[in-house]
Design a protein around this ligand. Structure first.
Ligand SMILES: [Zn+2]
Length: 102
């Protein structure tokens, strides 16, 4: 991947983002990653359920945050639960990904 410096403003907080390929700033990515990561073991595989309406609002940044912090791609699928449909978001997590150090 070619390294380019892109200067954009974070769509959530307006801060300048200078990392290539990243639209949201580190703070916002971290906040979103904290929602999906295991607080005791952030390198663990990720599997979180969202209500479809909540997922629709945050899917872009959460997928970005997972990729940014774990170097693995998030995948999501719709499942039917006793409480209605939920979006299940899964990723291999940092430890199982290409950046994993065990
Ligand atoms: Zn931000």
């Amino acid at each position: 991947m070619k390294k380019t410096t892109n200067k954009t403003n974070c769509p959530l907080c307006g801060k300048t983002v200078e990392m290539a390929g990243i639209i949201h700033c580190h703070d916002c990515l971290k906040k979103c990653f904290d929602i999906v990561a295991d607080p005791k073991d952030w390198k663990a595989p990720i599997c979180v359920m969202f209500e479809p309406s909540a997922w629709a609002k945050t899917s872009g940044i959460i997928a970005d945050a997972i990729e940014f912090f774990t170097a693995t791609k998030a995948s999501c699928s719709m499942v039917e639960t006793p409480y209605g449909y939920r979006v299940v978001v899964e990723a291999d997590g940092y430890r199982n990904g290409p950046a994993g150090d065990f």
